[in-house]
Design a protein around this ligand. Structure first.
Ligand code: NDP
Length: 305
C-alpha cells in the first residue's frame, strides 16, 4: 500500500503531524510502535500543556491526541519499525508485520531518558522519581531533592529545581564533571545546592513514595542511607535513531540532523519532536514541530506533482 506520508511515532509530534496531513487530504499512515502515545503514557500529572487549566493525566492527554490524530482519516498501526530504505523511491518502511511505501516520511520516533536501571527506581517513577524537572519540578515545592548526574543536563535540572526545592543534592558517580565550567560554577555557587562526587545511587528507598536513596561511595565502596523526597535522574537521553543510521545524517549526539527546522538530509524525509531536539523536549514543542513537519511535507509533496 502506498501512502503520501508515513509517520513513524505516535507521541505528540507524530499525532499532531497526522492531524495536519490527514486534514490536508494526504493519505497518512502512523506507525505507532508497541505502545501508542509515547513518553507521556508513563507520566502522571501534566500541568503545562495548554488548554488544560486543571491539568491532565499523561495517558488521558495522549488518548485525546490519538482520537484527534486519527479522526480525519489517518490509519494507525500498532507496529514497530525495524528498518527503513530512504534511497528507494517511494521510501520503504518495514515493520515487524509488513513493508509500507511512502512518498514522504515524518520521523517522530522520540527519545528516551536514560535511567540508572534500578528496580526501585522504576517502581517509584511518577512517585518521586522523575527524569524531567521542567515537567515535574513544580510538585516538589519545599522538598529536598537528589539529582543524579554530572553533565550540563544535571546542572540545569538542579538549578531549575532550586526554584521549588528547599535543598538540592547533586550526586555524581565520578571524580570529575562532564558539565561545562560555567554551568558547574553556577551550581556550585548556589546556596541551595550541595555537590557529592564519587557518589552513586544504588537504591531508591520508599514504598509508595520516595523517602530516600542509598548512596555508595564509588572509591571506598561505603554505603549510607540519605533522606530525600525526590530523585531526578539526569544522566542523558537516547534518541531513537538506531534504524536511520546510514540512511540520513545523524549528529554526534545521536539526534537526527536538521537543516531547517524539520528538513533532514534526505529530500522528502522530515522530522519532529525529541528525536531531533535535545534542547526543549516538551510535549508542546514536540506537537508544534509535528505541525511544522506536516506543513513542510505537504508543501514538498505539492512541489513534486
Ligand atoms: P552528558 O552525557 O553530558 O552527561 C551525562 C552524565 O551522566 C555524566 O556525568 C555521566 O557520568 C552521568 N552518567 C551516565 N550514565 C550514568 C549512570 N548509569 N549512572 C550514573 N551516572 C551516569 O548528558 P547531559 O544530558 O548532561 O547533556 C547532553 C548534551 O546536552 C551535552 O552536550 C550537554 O552539554 C548538552 N546540554 C547543554 C545544556 C546547556 O548548555 N544549558 C543543558 C543540558 C544539556 P560520567 O561523567 O561518570 O560518565
Amino acid at each position: 500500500m502506498k501512502y503520501d506520508v508515513i509517520i513513524i511515532g505516535s507521541g505528540p509530534a507524530g499525532l499532531t503531524a497526522a492531524m495536519y496531513t490527514s486534514r490536508a487530504e494526504l493519505k497518512t499512515l502512523i506507525l505507532a510502535g508497541a505502545t501508542p502515545g509515547g513518553q507521556l503514557m508513563i507520566t502522571s500529572d501534566v500541568e503545562n500543556y495548554p488548554g488544560f487549566p486543571e491539568g491532565v493525566q499523561g495517558p488521558e492527554l495522549m488518548d485525546k491526541m490519538i482520537k484527534q490524530g486519527t479522526k480525519f482519516g489517518s490509519e494507525m498501526k500498532i507496529e514497530t519499525v525495524k528498518s527503513v530504505d530512504f534511497a528507494s523511491k517511494p521510501f520503504l518502511v518495514a515493520t515487524d508485520k509488513g513493508t509500507y511505501e511512502g512518498k514522504s516520511v515524518i520521523i517522530a520516533s522520540g527519545a528516551d531518558a536514560r535511567w540508572l536501571g534500578l528496580e526501585s527506581e522504576q517502581a517509584l517513577r511518577g512517585k518521586g522519581v522523575s527524569a524531567c524537572a521542567t515537567c515535574d519540578g513544580f510538585f516538589f515545592k519545599g522538598k529536598e531533592i537528589v539529582v543524579v548526574g554530572g553533565g550540563d543536563g544535571a546542572m540545569e535540572e538542579a538549578l531549575f529545581l532550586t526554584k521549588f526545592a528547599s535543598k538540592v543534592t547533586i550526586a555524581h558517580r565520578s571524580d570529575t564533571f562532564k558539565a561545562s565550567k560555567i554551568m558547574l560554577k553556577r551550581a556550585k555557587d548556589h546556596q541551595k545546592i550541595e555537590m557529592l562526587k564519587n557518589t552513586s545511587v544504588v537504591e531508591v528507598l520508599g514504598k509508595d513514595k520516595v523517602e530516600g536513596v542509598k548512596f555508595k561511595n564509588t572509591q571506598t565502596g561505603e554505603e549510607r542511607d540519605f533522606k530525600t523526597q525526590g530523585v531526578f535522574v539526569a544522566i542523558g537521553h537516547k534518541p531513537n535513531t538506531e534504524i536511520y543510521k546510514g540512511q540520513l545524517e545523524i549528529n554526534k549526539l545521536g539526534y537526527v540532523e536538521v537543516k531547517n527546522h524539520t528538513i533532514t538530509s534526505v529530500e522528502g524525509i522530515f522530522t519532529a519532536g525529541d528525536v531531533n531536539d535535545s534542547r526543549y523536549r516538551q510535549a508542546v514543542t514536540a506537537a508544534g514541530m509535528g505541525c511544522m513537519a506536516a506543513i513542510d511535507s505537504e508543501r514538498w509533496l505539492t512541489k513534486q506533482e
